[in-house]
Structures are given as C-alpha cells and as structure tokens.
Design a protein around this ligand. Structure first.
Ligand code: AMP
Length: 413
C-alpha cells in the first residue's frame, strides 16, 4: 500500500467543493480590483529563490525541494513572488503594460516539519502589483486582502503592519540590532544565535519566549526610517484609516525575506494555533532590479488556502441543488435513460444516473446523498406511456411528464 508523502494532502470531493468556492469568490474579488490571473511554472531555477528571498533565509537554507546538482539545480517553488517577478521581466511586461496587477493560485513546496497548518505542499492565493512606488497601492493591497477575507466569511483576524524602510534603512536597522544584541546572544535561542550573523532582523519576530523577552525591551519604533520612508508609512496608515481598515502597528514584524522593503504586513488568526498567519505580504521595491529587470516598485501578498479553510466558518452549503438524478429500471429503460441524459446535458442541465444497478430504494438514497434537486424515474409503465416520473426532492411532489417536454417542465420547476 502506498501512502501519501507526509505533509501533503488529498483533497477529496467534499473538500474540493469548498476549494472551488473559495477560488470562485477570489476570482470575483480580484476582478473587482482589476487583477488578472498569471500562471507560472511550479519548477524554477533554484538560483531565482536564492537571489530573491536571500541565501541566508530559512526557506533557501533548509526548505527547498531541489532537483539536480548545485549550479543547475531546479527547485519546486516555495512561494510565488519570485516567479511572478521573473515572468514580469522575462515577458517584458514592463514594456508591454508597465504597471501590472496580477494574481495567482497554486501549490507551493517547503520541506518543513509537518504539523497543523504546516504542510510540505500547500497552496497560495496571492497577488502582485508591479510597477508602482505609490503608497496608495500598499493601501489597496491590504484592503484587497481584507475584502477577500470578508468575502470568504472569515472574521476574528488581525492585520499587523510595519515598515522596514528602504534598503539603506534596513541596513541601518541591521547594524543597530547587531550592536544592541551583541551582549545578549547567550540568551537567544539556537536559531537566533545563527540569525545574529546571517539575518539578524529575524530575531525580532522569533516566537521563542526568551528571544521575545530580550527583543521587547528594545525600542525599535520608527527610528531606522529615513524621512521618505516615514512619509510613505504615514500615508499608508492614513489610507487604511480612511478606509476604516483595522490594523495594529507591530514594529517587531519583519518577515524573513531579503526582498521586502518599506511596508510589510501579516494577517493573523487565533483559531490557527501556533501557525497563526493566514497570509502575509509587503513591498519589494528592489527585487525586479535585483533580478536584472527594470527599476520598478512592487507589492503583493499571499494567503495560505489550507489555513483559510481551517478558519472559515462552515455554513451548510447546498451542493448540487440543480442536479437531476435519473433512475432507469430495466434494460429498455436504461437505453431511454441514456438518451434523456444526453438531451439534458445538451440543454445545459447537470444530471447523473445510477451505474451500480441499485434498486429503486437504493437509487433514491443515492439521489438524496448527492443532494439532487430532482429525480426522474423511468420504469416499464413510463416507457409504455412515453413519459417520465419527475420528483421534486425538496417538496416530495411527483408528476408524470411527457419525455419530449421534459426540458420545458424542468425549466418551469
Ligand atoms: P509566506 O510566504 O511564508 O509569508 O506564506 C504566506 C502564507 O502561506 C502564510 O501566511 C500561510 O498562510 C501560508 N503558508 C506558508 N507556509 C505554509 C506551510 N508550510 N503550510 C501551510 N501553509 C503555509
């Protein structure tokens, strides 16, 4: 017996229905904001992530699924932003349309230790707005994330935002942190001990209690921000206020990746337990240039679909109200049933029948399980009279309908 790889999931029919629903809603919301879908490959050159996310990040150091040898290695993508940025540059989208609003959904891969809400293959629902430095797009992105959650009927989440500042400000913050943490390395967890050299900013959002204690005594605030970045952040906050979007400024929020600059944000939900981030994102003004592309400001975010589904209140959903279930009893009736199914499908009516030779009672039970809206029964009697028995599963009413006027009869139901 083969088993699925730990940290991966089979999404069975009952659940894939929920996924489709979420995807449908998100397409509607993205289109309200004029984002267009982009589909990028699942494998990329590993170097793309090294260059974008940063060689010292946990994802690149420990979590990439690599195929092949070092220099030519390919990677199963751990996230979408780097791929979208690569595609923007490679396809000359800067020349074709300049500012581009793109969304995507699909599987991402990280070799993490699996636990609740943490998988090795998970799915992102994300978007990127590339080609603008305007603070208004940061506001739009957070508002879009907020509206997506509302459209998914998710509440009880918190939006946290911060500004890392430009590349120079980030460097400043890194130096200050190294200076201030120098005498306290012994009190940090083993991971942060390593981060001190490689990526000291990560110490700020480490979840380890002893690191938190040390970090919370430090006054981070906005002192690392230059005047321009301070202004940008002030405009983002004012924009969110004007849209009445609730948020919390968390100066310890850094997000681990090298490409982030200025605004970063994370959306948390208590219902998730220790892996409490529903989604996250921010600005990455240097990434396009870093990858050999144009000087283009950009911002984006990604939600984890599995986590969205973990906290989404599960209202009972009517699955297939309009399904017509055909029960044909006997050889001849089955032949007639096939023709009826064909006609119904050609008329755009969703329908199905019993392929397991069930009794009338068994087939009715199946129709119920499928939440069919209507059942059509074709027995010997019906065949003789050229009719079918049409049963409305909601009201229980049933009547005979001439086979040739079945579609009109269903339209009138
Ligand atoms: P990140 O790229 O790490 O900021 O991830 C964005 C979102 O993807 C997170 O907020 C989670 O909702 C989701 N996510 C990240 N890693 C995983 C994982 N290993 N398993 C499930 N969801 C994840």
């Amino acid at each position: 017996m083969f088993k699925r790889v730990p940290g991966t999931k089979d999404i069975l029919q009952e659940e894939s229905f929920l996924w489709q629903n979420l995807e449908r809603i998100s397409r509607e919301i993205f289109s309200l904001y004029n984002y267009k879908e982009i589909r990028v490959p699942i494998i990329e050159e590993a170097g793309l992530f090294d260059r974008s996310l940063g060689g010292s990040t946990e994802i690149v150091q420990k979590q990439m699924f690599l195929i092949g040898k070092e220099k030519e290695a390919l990677a199963l993508r751990p996230e979408g932003t780097a791929s979208v940025a690569r595609a923007y540059i490679e396809n000359n989208l800067d020349k074709r349309e300049g500012f581009a609003k793109l969304y995507y959904t699909g599987p991402m891969f990280r070799a993490e230790r699996p636990q609740k809400g943490r998988l090795r293959q998970f799915h992102h629902l994300g978007c990127e707005a590339i080609g603008s430095y305007d603070s208004a797009i940061d506001v739009e992105i957070v508002s879009l994330a907020d509206n997506l959650l509302k459209a998914f009927s998710i509440d009880g989440y918190e939006v946290e935002i911060n500004s890392l500042g430009c590349r120079k400000d980030k460097k400043e913050l890194t130096l200050t942190l190294r200076e201030e943490l120098k005498g306290k390395i012994g009190g940090l967890c083993a991971d942060c001990g390593r981060r001190f050299e490689g990526n000291v900013l990560r110490v700020l959002d480490c979840k380890n209690e002893s690191c938190r204690k040390i970090v919370r005594t430090m006054d981070i605030g906005e002192r690392h921000l230059c005047a321009e970045c301070k202004g940008h952040f002030a405009r983002v906050k004012a924009g969110l206020d004007s849209l009445k979007i609730k948020y919390l400024v968390n100066h310890y929020l850094v997000r681990g990746l090298d490409y982030y600059t200025r605004t970063v944000f994370e959306i948390k939900h208590k219902g998730l337990g220790s892996q409490d981030a529903l989604g996250a994102g921010g600005r990455y003004d240097n990434l396009l240039k870093e990858l050999g592309g144009p000087d283009a400001g950009a911002t984006g975010f990604a939600f984890g679909i599995e986590r969205l589904l973990l906290v989404r209140s599960r209202k009972p959903e009517v699955r297939s109200q309009n399904l017509v279930y055909v029960i044909a009893l006997g050889e001849e009736a089955k032949k007639e049933g096939l023709k009826i199914l064909d006609n119904l499908r050609k008329a755009g009516v969703s329908c199905d029948t019993d392929y397991e030779n069930k009794s009338l009672k068994g087939a009715m039970r199946k129709a119920n399980d499928l939440a069919a809206g209507y059942v059509l029964i074709i027995g010997e009697d019906e065949l003789k009279k050229g009719v079918v028995t049409l049963k409305d599963m909601k009201t229980g009413e049933q009547k005979e309908v001439k086979t040739e006027s079945l579609i009109e009869a269903l339209e009138q139901c």
